[in-house]
Structures are given as C-alpha cells and as structure tokens.
Design a protein around this ligand. Structure first.
Ligand code: BMA
Length: 384
C-alpha cells in the first residue's frame, strides 16, 4: 500500500469508528413514555421505574403466589410458598383472568374477589401485579387450547363474534377499574396486562398458525384502543410476550407497533427444560433486551420455570447464574415463574422441596428483588 493509501485508509477507519460510537438518528429519537398518554401518575411512575431498574436489579415474581401453594389451598392472608421458604413474598405476582364473568372462580379455582384482595396486598407491599388471560374459544366455546377454528378473525371489528368479544373486554374493564385502594381518595392500582401471550407457538387459538400477523395486530390494537379510549382505563401497561423466538424478525412478526406496547416480554420454558441449553436462553434474552432498549420499552422475562424443579441447585445454577453473569441478558426488569399447583405441576419452591435450600440462597442475592427490598416503584421520578 502506498503512503497516501495508508493515510486514506486510516482516515476512513476513524470515520467509521466515530460513526459507530455516535448515537444515530434512531437512537436519538427513542421515546420512553407509556403508550397511554393519560395513564395515571402511579402507572407512569411504574413504567419509568421499571425502565430505571433495568441493568440494576430484577424483580422476582410468581403466578398466583398468594392464592395457594403446593400443600395448601385454603384462603390465607399473606401466605405464599415462596415466603414459607425464604421469609419474603415475590415482588411481582401474576394473576389469571380465564373464566371471568362465567362464575366466581377462575380456571385455576382462584376466587375473583379474593384475587382482588391479594392484588391490593401486593400493591400495598410495593409490588407489581400482572394479568394474563387464557380466553375461551369464541367459536367452539372450548378453552384457549381448543384451536379447531380460526377464531381471531371472528372477533375483529366486523366479525361475527366481535360484540361478544367486546362484552368480555367490558367485564375485564369493570374488574380492573375496581382495583382501588384507600378510603377518601381512592387510587387505582396499576397493572401489567399481557393478553394473547405465547403466540409464536400454536397451542392457543391466537397462536401463529391460527391467524395471520395482520389479524393478530388488528386484534391487539383494537383491544388497547377499546380499553383505553372506550373504557377509559388508564392504569394499564401493556406487555407483548412471545414464546421462544429465533431472531428479531421472528419476534416482531406479530408486533402491533411501538404505540401499542410498553413491555417486551418473552415466555421461555423450552431453554430451561431437560433438553434446553442456558446459552440459548441467554441468546434470546440478549435479543429481547436489545430490541426493548432500541425501542425505549421495558424488557421482561414474562414467564419461565421448569416443572417440578428436578435439580437441587436449579435456582442458582440454571436461573440466576446464566442471566446475572451476562451483561446484556441481565438487563431484564423482571422474571416470573409459573404457578405452584401440585407436586407434579409447580414452578416455585415449597418447604421440604429438594430445591428449597438453594432457593433461599437465590433469594438472598441482592440482584434479585423480593419483599422488603422493593424500591418505590410508584413514586414519580424527579424531572419527568
Ligand atoms: C397452564 C397450567 C394450567 C392452567 C393454565 C392457566 O400453564 O398451569 O393448569 O390452568 O396455565 O393458568
């Protein structure tokens, strides 16, 4: 190479590396606001604080944690298997809306009124509530695993079940509106709503083989618009949560748009199963975090676990270490394990379970947030 060429090449290299370190236009215009401009102050605060948590600590959660445990089913105030094992409740609790309006109990025998009480308890503790909905099939009247018919298009505007779908949303709106605390100045509890989850799989009627991406997006946007504009619900953050995905294009194929999602979630049991590999879990979480950060959204590990937890040190070795030790994957804001239903169907520990001692060690890791060390997630940050 001639001297001039060398200088030219060096100049180009410098220009390229400078361009790579400077924020590009896209990065500079990231909007970090909840999608509902009229969200309550506490809901906005939750969003900002979850964003702020990312990279510092992670909320630990469990589905139905306060409602029952592996060895107890009767109503309790302030009991959870997690607390029985480590002395602290999870900081985030998931609840399920399936069968709302069809009786007093949800699909997993949780009384809807009791559920409200537990949600208030979690909120007063400073924790977070998230709602999923295994909605019944509108065509066959079967459950959400009944994938026999193309259901999604029938509940879209103009579809033959659209009015019935709206009635379901009305019930949901009524339920969520009634989640209030306080006497004189009743305040609404912010919640994270995670509808139509795991659609990158095809086990639910809204899964990827049972509707087109356009139909799914239309359903999602209609749902958000209806709850927000028509029902005037302003205490919701919306979480889009896939099951496992291969790459960004795969994750975003059914994504309804940045104006319709606050939290990017992923459910992943696959990589924590016997055949699964931590490298794959970490790879997917890294993609999730990077997509969320590029969009100004909160990254969340919305569901995980291994049924019956077959290894003694599962908590520290399989869940904590791989995620915590990865600089990018560790920037998720929360992780939630599934419910403690029975000895052969539980994802959290319970006293005398082989993983209980390891769970105690896990719970003491200060990177994880459980009861007693939850930052004030509902305080509006200064300067916002
Ligand atoms: C599944 C199982 C079912 C339950 C459903 C909805 O993963 O736990 O037993 O009914 O979730 O919560």
């Amino acid at each position: 190479m001639k001297q001039l060429d060398v200088r030219w090449a060096a100049g180009m290299l410098l220009a390229i590396s400078l361009a790579a370190t400077m924020p590009n236009e896209k990065q500079m215009t990231i909007v970090q606001e909840p999608i509902d401009k009229e969200a309550t102050k506490a809901t906005k605060a939750l969003y900002y604080n979850l964003l702020d948590l990312s990279g510092k600590q992670v909320l630990f959660g469990q589905e139905d944690a306060l409602a029952y445990g592996v060895e107890w089913k009767t109503w309790h105030k302030s009991r959870s298997d997690v607390k029985d094992v480590c002395g602290m409740h999870p900081a985030l609790v998931g609840w399920e809306m399936s069968k709302l309006g069809q009786g007093e109990y949800n699909i997993d025998s949780v009384h809807f009124q009791h559920m409200k009480g537990w949600m208030k308890e979690i909120y007063k503790m400073g924790g977070v509530n998230t709602l999923s909905w295994h909605m019944d099939n509108f065509v066959t009247k079967g459950d959400s695993w009944d994938v026999g018919e193309k259901v999604v298009k029938t509940i879209l505007p103009g579809g033959r079940n659209h009015e019935v779908y709206k009635e379901k949303l009305d019930l949901f709106a009524e339920y969520v509106k009634s989640l209030k605390v306080g006497f004189l100045f009743r305040k609404q509890i912010p919640i994270i709503f995670r509808p139509f989850h795991e659609h990158t799989g095809s086990w639910f009627w809204w899964g990827r083989s049972h509707c087109t991406a356009e139909e799914y997006k239309t359903l999602w946007r209609f749902t958000v618009d209806y709850l927000r504009e028509e029902k005037q619900l302003h205490n919701i953050l919306y979480c889009y949560s896939t099951d496992v995905f291969q790459d960004e294009a795969d994750y975003l194929e059914f994504y309804p748009g940045d104006e319709y999602v606050d939290i990017l979630g992923m459910d992943d049991y696959h990589d924590l199963s016997i055949k699964g590999k931590s490298e794959d879990l970490v790879r997917r979480l890294r993609m999730l975090v990077q997509m969320a950060e590029a969009k100004g959204k909160v990254p969340a590990f919305s569901e995980t676990g291994q049924e019956a937890i077959p290894e003694e040190n599962w908590w520290t070795e399989r869940l904590l270490e791989p995620i915590k030790s990865d600089e990018i994957a560790s920037r998720i804001a929360y992780m939630m394990v599934w419910r403690n239903a029975r000895k052969d169907h539980h994802y959290g520990p319970y006293p005398n379970h082989q993983s209980a001692t390891d769970f105690k060690t896990f719970s003491q890791d200060q990177w994880l947030i459980l009861e007693g060390r939850i930052p004030d997630l509902y305080r509006f940050p200064k300067g916002k």
